[in-house]
Design a protein around this ligand. Structure first.
Ligand code: GUN
Ligand code: ZN
Length: 454
């Protein structure tokens, strides 16, 4: 192998998804190696396989970073999260619409201050990495500077992040409103500044139907056509009062989803948050359009929104792509392990069992497929961007004790998704670089670029 490339080698037990466990038996969808090597060159995985097979091919002079007793998995993907809501995570006592008025909108007002946005983005990126999350689809606020702050921070770590300015032209405090034209112009400027710069990708972000006029939703549809590879994110059928409100605001539309479809917002790069109260016809529309849903169980429980019918959504007869979202600050954790813990319980409440392979699929390859990024992220395989999470199944005394009773990789994965949280993330690699090391003394974070970048 060429010595001029930036090489790095990780060794340890490893697990990655290779198929969809909602469509095939789970067992056959998981690739595991008790002792694996991941050879990384210039930020991508050059080789992945058993140590015994790859040991002879190691680049000369490269130290092997060895994680015995750990588990190398693809970096987690969080398909729905609001970074400006870090300051209202875990706020007491309300359901969605009151929660927005009482906590969320006031918090988002503070992002008029670019310094505040920068400080929160700094914390948020580090919290993602501490949770092993290497890609997130992120709502900023309506302030363009909130998007600049987020992508600037993401660029320091070279992280594959998707984000956009929230569009709202009604039903929010005056300080948070734009207009259809201003929202379009500001979004377009941000697209030109950020989309495709390094690993940044832009997402057109109308908050949800009640806070946008028809004119603004149409403008969002027009924005999507301005560049290749743009994403769309919004909320859909999260809460019964919200759905009632949408019915009143858009009486001519057949359904909540139809409001978005009418504006050209339902397509293969669209990510709809929640989708709890969808009907069969909506699932069919999403399937046909290739649109995806973000399952946000900690938020749906915390805000009392309802129980997402995951297994109905992914029904192989007309599967809808589903990813996992934390939805912080409605959600209560940035950890995809904790989110899976709640996803398991929500599935159980509606008569299904989410097995560990299905859970890890949602958090990795399934998320990548839902975003249309499966050619770059979500798996340990040659050619993939080297975003890797090193899990520690013995992170706490209880986990160490319980791990002693795990007889298979599936059991160990299930232990991680029920008892695991940020403590179980030993290290995080982004584009092949070790950007977070739980056990490093001093600052555990090591951005790829210094504070002066980009
Ligand atoms: N619907 C509209 N805005 C929001 C938000 O910020 N969080 C959640 N959970 N739902 C929303
Ligand atoms: Zn949300």
């Amino acid at each position: 192998m060429s010595g001029s490339l930036q090489s790095r080698v990780l060794r340890g037990p490893a697990a990655t998804l290779a198929g969809n466990p909602f469509e095939q038996p789970s067992r056959g969808c998981l690739i595991t190696h008790d002792d694996a090597l991941i050879i990384i060159e210039d930020g991508r995985i050059a080789a992945f396989g058993p140590y015994a097979e790859l040991n002879d091919t190691l680049p000369e002079g490269v130290a092997v970073e060895h994680y015995p007793g750990h588990l190398l998995v693809p970096g987690f993907i969080d398909a729905h999260v609001h970074y400006p809501q870090m300051q209202v995570i875990g706020a007491f006592g309300t359901q969605l619409l009151e929660w927005l008025e009482t906590y969320t909108f006031p918090a988002e007002m503070s992002f008029a201050d670019a310094g505040h946005a920068g400080r929160v983005a700094h914390l948020f990126l580090r919290e993602l990495l501490r949770a092993g999350t290497t890609t997130a689809m992120v709502y900023c606020t309506m302030h363009p500077q909130s998007v600049d702050a987020f992508f600037t921070e993401a660029a320091r770590f070279d992280a594959r992040m998707i984000a956009g300015k929230v569009l709202m032209d009604r039903h929010a405090p005056a300080g948070l409103l734009d207009t259809a034209q201003r929202g379009y112009d500001e979004s377009l400027a941000l697209i030109e500044r950020w989309h495709g710069r390094g690993r940044a990708l832009y997402c057109v972000t109308p908050r949800f139907a009640p806070t946008s006029t028809d004119a603004q939703l149409d403008a969002a549809g027009a924005l999507l056509k301005t560049r290749d590879g743009l994403f769309l994110q919004t909320h859909l059928c999260e809460n019964l009062a919200e759905i009632e409100w949408v019915r009143d605001l858009f009486p001519a539309r057949a359904s909540y989803l139809d409001v978005y479809a009418h504006a050209g917002l339902v397509g293969p790069r669209s990510m709809f948050g929640h989708g709890i109260h969808l009907h069969e016809g909506d699932f069919c529309t999403c399937h046909q359009a290739g649109a995806a849903l973000a399952h946000c169980p900690t938020s749906n429980l915390f805000l009392g929104s309802g129980l997402f019918r995951l297994f109905e959504a992914v029904d192989p007869r007309r599967p809808v792509k589903v990813a996992l979202g934390t939805d912080v600050g409605g959600g209560t954790s940035l950890s995809q392990l904790q989110t899976l813990n709640e996803a398991y319980k929500v599935a159980a409440m509606v008569g299904h069992k989410l097995d560990a392979v299905q859970g890890f699929y949602l958090a990795t390859l399934g998320g990548a497929r839902a975003l249309g990024l499966e050619d770059r992220i979500g798996r340990l395989a040659p050619g993939m961007e080297a975003d890797i999470c090193v899990l520690d199944p013995k992170a706490t005394p209880l986990m160490a004790f319980r791990a002693g009773y795990c007889a298979s990789m599936e059991e160990l994965l299930f232990l991680l998704m029920t008892l695991g949280d940020d403590r179980a993330v030993r290290a995080t690699y982004v584009a092949g670089r070790p950007v977070y090391d739980r056990d490093r003394s001093g600052d555990p974070f090591r951005p790829a670029h210094g504070e002066e970048q980009p």
